[in-house]
Design a binder for this molecule. Structure first.
Ligand code: CUA
Length: 419
């Protein structure tokens, strides 16, 4: 179908259905518009008063049964046809599709949050496999938003305290825009997401998490994540403040928290603010940010922290390669949860402190001894049960296969700096 008059390409069967209906109504309306206006102009010219002729008296016509019947019946039939055709399309678009995958969508100022059946969540990004119908279950956390996919010609309100639904037929691979089509506040125009229809094989691969290896430096990856995670709806990088604090220059600054205390906006503060935004809200800002726990992986949080850091110039040192690994390792120990059990100041938590660990002679639970060198640190992260330090419980989860080689090196480099 030609799309010269429409918003985008035909990406779903619903696109064609709605377009045909639209064309039908527009075509019939155009026909009657031209007919009525044409006759109006024709009669005005044909029966105008000519120079030199006597003014004829208007004929006394009391009615014409046939004519009146025709102009009542034909328009009525046309309107009923509009209604009936519209009803058919509406019913078809709204009809439950057996075997559709349920995906929950929550609208909130100013982003869309998608929850997949297996519990994964994503912000502003809906990925679906080509050819498998999807049932979207829409709701809102704050006010009325409207979920609009122009390429599918589908739109549905998202109402707080209520579920509404929308069925998608992803018939063509590609990336399509999702917009909020209901004015919902200052960030309304930034409330957009992507519908990414993937080839089934690609989709399966993505589900396995193999497509996360993005190109570019950590900070560049972070920048991309910030752009597609909806952060910029509420945070400006620099310039005029939006709903939340600006990102530029945030790193390393002393910030005043809502309860009056001050904290340094270091890696851990940024990490916590992404995963548990209400823990330490900057004074003067509303406590409205949703948590990204579950929607961003530890590695993604690390990348975003690296990006925010680069905005304040603190990343310069890293770019030169100096301390690069160690700084990244520090971020990783926070995001991977290592610091829950290992301190960096010598105090003993559940596991041995990282401070002074590197290069030390350690005694193992089985009586053996060894030096905590690079190889030992790496092994203890990937297969913690292999050589447990004497006196500590064997409870650490193994990170084998869950952590990239360079991340291992970075963590080892970080522990090395804690003399
Ligand atoms: Cu949400 Cu406009």
């Amino acid at each position: 179908m030609s799309n010269a008059y429409t918003l985008g390409e035909a990406a779903s069967r619903t696109t064609g259905q709605v377009d045909s209906l639209f064309l039908f109504i527009a075509g019939v309306s155009l026909f009657f518009f031209l007919l009525v206006e044409g006759l109006l102009i024709y009669f005005a010219v044909r029966y105008r008063r000519r120079k030199g002729t006597e003014a004829a008296s208007t004929p006394d016509i009391r009615g014409n049964f046939l004519l009146e019947t025709v102009w009542i019946v034909i328009p009525s039939l046309v309107v009923v046809a509009f209604f009936y055709y519209g009803l058919l399309v509406f019913r078809d678009i709204r009809a439950p599709v057996p075997g559709a995958t349920d995906i929950h969508v929550t609208g909130r100022q100013f982003l869309f949050e998608f929850t997949y059946p297996d519990g994964r969540t994503a912000i502003n990004e809906l990925r679906v496999p080509l050819g498998t119908p999807v049932k979207l279950i829409l709701s809102s956390a704050d006010m009325i938003h409207s979920f609009f996919i122009p390429a599918y010609r589908l739109k549905q309100d998202m109402v707080p305290g209520q579920y509404t639904t929308l069925y998608l037929h992803p018939d063509k691979a590609g990336t399509y825009e999702i917009l909020c089509a209901e004015y919902c506040g200052v960030g309304h125009s930034t409330m957009r997401a992507s519908l990414i229809v993937m080839e089934p094989g690609e989709y399966a691969q993505w589900r396995e998490g193999n497509t996360t290896a993005a190109a570019g430096s950590l900070a560049e990856q972070g920048k991309k994540l910030v752009e597609r995670s909806g952060c910029l709806g509420c945070h400006a990088v620099e310039g005029k403040q939006k709903v939340g604090p600006n990102f530029g220059g945030s790193f390393g600054r002393e910030v005043v928290i809502a309860d009056g205390t001050t904290v340094i906006a270091d890696e851990e503060y940024l990490r916590e603010s992404i995963l548990d935004p209400n823990a330490k809200v900057v004074k003067g800002y509303p406590s409205v940010m949703p948590t990204y726990k579950g929607s961003l992986s530890a590695g993604e949080v690390t990348a975003i922290v690296a990006y925010l850091k680069s905005l304040s110039g603190a990343g310069e040192k890293e770019k030169k390669g100096e301390g690069a690994g160690a700084d990244r390792g520090k971020g990783l120990t926070a995001t991977l949860g290592c610091l829950g059990c290992h301190s960096t100041d010598g105090s003993v938590k559940v596991g041995p402190s990282f401070k002074g660990l590197f290069g030390r002679q350690v005694e193992f639970a089985d009586g053996g001894k060894g030096t905590a060198d690079d190889a030992y640190v790496r092994e203890s992260i990937t297969r913690p049960g292999a050589k447990i330090v004497k006196g500590f419980p064997n409870i650490m989860p193994g990170f084998e296969g869950k952590i990239a080689e360079e991340d291992l090196s970075a963590i080892a480099a970080f522990i090395k700096t804690l003399k």
